[in-house]
Design a protein around this ligand. Structure first.
Ligand code: IMP
Length: 194
């Protein structure tokens, strides 16, 4: 079964394809969608819905859109819904990570939560949201070379490594996105079997 993922991020595509094995996951490039979607929602759930609804105007296929935020306690939950553009509209992953490490320079509390919302839009118009979250700590420096985004500075609770130091299989077992994807997978299997 085809599922469109509202992204061209190759790391996300791999994570989604690894967890939703058995489904044919199509990127936005593969369906010929190349417009920019404005993420104007006040929450990650709203942004995931904005993205999925926009893509569904261009395809009849089942579509999923994820939106992620890193919520840092000592910064009143910043960057949160603004995680992609924390250091500015055109910020790179490195710009965002640098800004975050600087903002936490003199803070003792480095706790943070990675939250992921995945919106699903079915061909019949039905919509659902699946959530995943992982508590952790912001590292004092970059550690590891895997993954993307904030991976080199996020240490999930119960581990002594950042996301970027984990293998992709390890990250897929515990990440915020993996948790939301597993909920989604269970739902799809449930409706297929009823
Ligand atoms: P988006 O909502 O998925 O576009 O992500 C918002 C911000 O969080 C972007 O800066 C991403 O790079 C970052 N991000 C999303 N998912 C992850 C992840 O799994 N690890 C690290 N950073 C992520």
């Amino acid at each position: 079964m085809d599922i469109v993922l509202a992204s061209n991020n190759k790391h996300k595509l791999k994570e989604v394809r690894d967890i939703l094995y058995g489904y044919n996951i199509l990127s936005l490039d593969q369906i010929g969608f190349n417009e920019q979607i404005e993420e104007t929602g006040a929450t990650i759930c709203e942004n995931a819905l904005i993205k999925v609804r926009e893509i569904r105007k261009h395809t009849d296929k089942m579509t999923i859109a994820d939106d992620t935020g890193l919520f840092v306690q000592a910064l009143n939950d910043a960057p949160g819904v603004y995680s992609a553009r924390y250091a500015g509209e055109k910020a790179t992953f490195e710009d965002n990570n640098k800004k975050l490490l600087k903002a936490l320079e003199n803070k003792v509390d480095r706790s943070a939560v990675f939250k992921c919302a995945i919106a699903l839009s079915m061909p019949n118009g039905e919509e659902k949201i699946f959530l995943g979250q992982v508590n952790g700590q912001i590292a004092k420096e970059y550690l590891g070379t895997g993954g993307f985004g904030y991976d080199p500075i996020f240490i999930p609770d119960g581990m002594d490594k950042t996301y970027a130091e984990l293998s992709s299989e390890e990250k897929d077992r515990l990440s915020h996105r993996a948790q939301a994807l597993i909920e989604l997978k269970n739902y799809l299997e449930f409706i297929e079997n009823t």
